[in-house]
Design a protein around this ligand. Sequence first.
Ligand code: BLA
Length: 244
Amino acid sequence: MYKPFLEYLEKELFSKFDLRSRSIPAGLEANVSNRGKNQATIQSWCYECAELRKIRYTYIDAGAAAQVFNSVIYPSYHYDIPLLGIDLLSFGKNKILIVLDFQPLFQEESYLLKYIEPMRSLREKYNNLAQNLEMKFYDANQYFSKYLLFAKTDAETVQTTFFQAYQDYISLYWEMLDKAEILQTEAEIQKIVKAQKDYDQYSAERDPASGLFSSYFGHEWSEKFLYEFLFEDAVPLAVPTTTR
Ligand code: BLA
């Protein structure tokens, strides 16, 4: 269901950047589950280039039971621009959820004005896809912007309006990256290193996908996938050795 979204992103990336493969820890690039009656496959891709230090995307295909396309693009530490976050989910017949955002590293007014305000006209254009849904896992005020697209929708809308919105947001993101100024001081750069690491820590701890991964691929694989690939700069919370 979301393959055209993966293909679009991939084409954009390969046409605009000089990508190198970035390694994915052994055993985490792909997996197949035969638990339950539906087969589920998960596959991930990871790249880097001068402007973007980590580009990762993952596709989960469990037939009609689940289709997921998830991606995060982390800019180089020399830029303070937001991360591009994409989470497109479909479960069964009737549950389709799409999330797309420029994920701000900071919530200061000046930062939001510079990097989130430019999204405003797109958000207005796609008002139907910004439904102010309540977040149960995440805090909407941390690492999300007020102009995110976040909607419960249907397959028809995904393929039409949302596909257009997706292309528009991605184009705006490239434009923002293109205009971004290179940070000059070590202090500025270290601030970004820390902010991106904090994002990984926060995201690994809250990720609502952990249960989904565990149910298909087991708890151990799921934890490795979260902490060694998706959010590799996060440190797992200490667990008493007796319960390991
Ligand atoms: C919600 N994301 C979800 C849910 C799942 C995933 C299973 C819960 C859906 C539900 O039952 O309501 C799935 N998340 C994944 C998968 C991966 C993942 C498969 O990280 C990794 C492969 N999530 C992101 C990114 C964004 C994001 C980059 O990973 C930013 C656009 C947003 N996902 C996001 C939000 C929700 C969500 C806002 C709703 C969570 C809430 O209610 O708090």
